[in-house]
Design a protein around this ligand. Sequence first.
Ligand SMILES: Nc1ncnc2c1ncn2[C@@H]1O[C@H](COP(=O)(O)OP(=O)(O)O)[C@@H](O)[C@H]1O
Ligand SMILES: [Mg+2]
Length: 256
Amino acid sequence: MKTLVTIGRGGTGKTSFVALMAKCFIEIGDTPLLLVDADPDQNLGEMVGVDLKEKGKKTVSELLVETFLEEGGTTVGVAPTERIENKIWTHGVYEGDYFDFIALGTKWVEGCYCLPNAALKGALESLTKNYRYVLIDSPAGLEHLNRRITSKVDDIFDVLDPSKKSFAHVERAHRIAKEVKTDFKNFYVVGGFRFPESLEGKAEKSSKHEFLGKIAYDEAVEEYVLAGKSLLELPRDSLAYVSAKKIMEKAGYIKR
Ligand SMILES: Nc1ncnc2c1ncn2[C@@H]1O[C@H](COP(=O)(O)OP(=O)(O)O)[C@@H](O)[C@H]1O
Ligand SMILES: [Mg+2]
């Protein structure tokens, strides 16, 4: 199992990149995948065509609240980690043909419940063992690195926007990830769809981290998002998809 996480400022294209990475893995049959929406905005579901509510599923934070705050999870015989893991399996995981999907939800992201957090970590660790890849879509900002739901990560993809700040973001994110001892193997930098080509040289040279390329601007992505259509259904020659494939090649996930 490998865990891949996107980070970056708001609107840089993190969520759509997660959907495109999923599409890459699905197309080459490198599955099963677990997609994790860790952003309280929760738009990864829409980008991969999953409406949890409609499927009768709940977010992990809803399940945590039910299990530990409403039902008093500490007193019952079964260990907290196991209880929440069972709950997530039965009520939190959307199971699709090519990928499964869970959303962490807002309550958990906002709150700070030590027992649920610890239990959740344990549950996620064992839950994710069943997959080939776990792709995590993070919220903007870096606070979530502190919470370390994802303490073992293989690749971090920092998606850049066109601003100068995003170069500063790279350095800060890398430092924080180290400071909170997130155990990651690779820290990659990716140009977001609005990242200008003219800055690619700078990204390659100035950064201490490997620059994998740029996600192409693609009108079809905008149209699909507006129409609420799954990005997994983009045509194979879609500019954004083709560029994402190149990025995944460079990161060693797809053979040429
Ligand atoms: N490759 C792309 N080409 C054109 N527009 C894009 C592309 N990727 C994302 N967008 C547009 O930008 C918006 C924000 O993208 P999103 O992936 O949600 O960013 P983030 O998760 O970083 O906030 C999307 O709603 C979509 O309209
Ligand atoms: Mg997002």
